[in-house]
Design a protein around this ligand. Structure first.
Ligand SMILES: Cc1cc2nc3c(=O)[nH]c(=O)nc-3n(C[C@H](O)[C@H](O)[C@H](O)COP(=O)(O)OP(=O)(O)OC[C@H]3O[C@@H](n4cnc5c(N)ncnc54)[C@H](O)[C@@H]3O)c2cc1C
Length: 361
């Protein structure tokens, strides 16, 4: 397993359960890549552009619930729903139109007023009383690093091996082109039957090791954590201009697509964090006394057309990809489907639109 983020952890955990011998290899430490720097909102409401992608994300949310039943929700699974509202008429009309579309697809969406939200769900918000707020009760936020810790820990307890702090720098193939070995930066070499490229933003580089071109977008994001004596919000939310979610009992995570757009203008990440904090204070004044503790700019792992690349690459027998944005939502379902494909050779219809062969078959 090349990469121990949420995708590698989910595939590896499932393979171990089915009795396969798994070695997790991570250049850093499992769960500390993009998975730890994500808004981490498990949803399908933001995935309406293509129905098959929406369906995959709905399956992703169901797979999270199943996983929580299997390993326990612990601190990683936070099914508290999601709130979204807008501050201009065009965006508000779009939001309500999307909620209607989702309801017609049997996806639960409830519309409240700002006043009702403050009374029933989030007293600390400044959302105006008459503004419509869409509540998606089946959505959640995920503590990605904690989930990865649980999955890799369980897999290792069942016999998997973990090699952290070492990079896959070469992949060897046999005369028939099938995967035989991986070479690591610590000088060791492993004999393998299968490799799974779950290297997140490093996936294009790993694909090159088997002479494959995996085109990826460059789309960086900036995420900030702030410490609070008491976390004043109870769930993830998209307020106008800023996304806010709890991150445990004493921390809040902030992100904004509008602030991401400033990354390439050369703004210092510390300044970007201040901007995020300013936007958040506007929505939740209590966050004004909190302190910025960590900020990171990371690249989203997005194949060039914006959709996941999951499954076998038939021209390189034994080589599989698990590369996706929305990996927090999709990790458990991709993990289950890909592990089953690796062991049985059967390809699930849910992944039909997201096969690696669509790039340079
Ligand atoms: C700002 C932002 C907001 C997001 N918000 C959401 C959201 O709200 N909901 C959602 O579902 N998704 C969201 N995402 C996307 C989601 O976070 C990612 O899709 C997911 O975390 C990717 O997980 P991964 O396992 O592929 O990558 P990573 O977590 O990065 O794991 C890859 C691992 O591979 C290792 N690695 C790389 N190269 C090598 C190598 N050669 N050898 C060995 N190890 C290697 C790295 O060390 C790393 O640990 C967001 C992403 C960003 C950046």
């Amino acid at each position: 397993m090349i990469g121990g983020g949420i995708l590698g952890a989910c595939v590896g955990w499932n393979l171990t359960r089915y009795g396969a011998e798994v070695v997790f290899i991570d250049a850093g430490r499992p769960g500390e890549g993009v998975t730890n720097w994500s808004f981490s909102w498990a949803n399908a409401s933001n995935k309406t552009a293509r129905k098959s992608y929406f369906d995959l994300n709905v399956a992703g949310m169901a797979a999270h619930r199943e996983l929580a039943r299997t390993i326990g929700p612990d601190s990683w699974w936070n099914p508290s729903g999601h709130l979204r509202w807008a501050d201009d008429p065009t965006a508000e009309a779009k939001l309500l139109e999307t909620a209607d579309l989702l309801a017609s697809w049997d996806y639960r969406a409830e519309v409240y007023t700002g006043a009702e939200v403050r009374r029933r769900l989030e007293p600390a918000l400044t959302v105006p009383g008459e503004v419509p707020v869409v509540f998606y009760p089946d959505e959640a936020w995920v503590h990605g690093r904690h989930l990865v810790g649980r999955l890799v820990g369980q897999a290792v307890a069942s016999g998997a091996e973990l090699r952290s702090g070492t990079t896959v720098c070469d992949i060897g193939t046999g005369a028939d082109g099938s995967i035989r070995t991986v070479a690591l930066s610590d000088g060791s070499r492993l004999d393998v039957d299968v490799v799974v490229n779950a290297a997140g933003p490093g996936a294009a580089h790993v694909a090159e090791l088997v002479a494959r071109h995996l085109p990826m977008r460059r789309e960086p994001g900036v995420v900030t954590r702030i410490d609070c004596a008491q976390v004043p919000v109870h769930r993830a939310m998209h307020a106008p201009h800023i996304e806010i979610r709890p991150d445990g009992d004493a921390s809040v995570v902030l992100h904004s697509r509008e602030i991401d757009a400033l990354i390439d203008t050369g703004e210092d990440p510390t300044e970007l964090a201040q901007l995020l904090h300013g936007l958040a204070r506007h929505v939740v004044p209590e966050l004004g006394t909190s302190r910025i503790t960590q900020t990171r700019v990371v690249d989203r792992p997005i194949p060039a057309d914006g959709y996941p690349s999951v499954g076998a690459v038939p021209s390189v027998p034994g080589y599989y990809e698990a590369v996706s944005h929305s990996g927090i939502t999709l990790g458990p379902v991709i993990g289950r489907l890909l592990a089953s494909e690796i062991l049985s050779g059967k390809r699930d219809e849910l992944l039909a639109d997201f096969r690696p062969e669509r790039f340079h078959p």
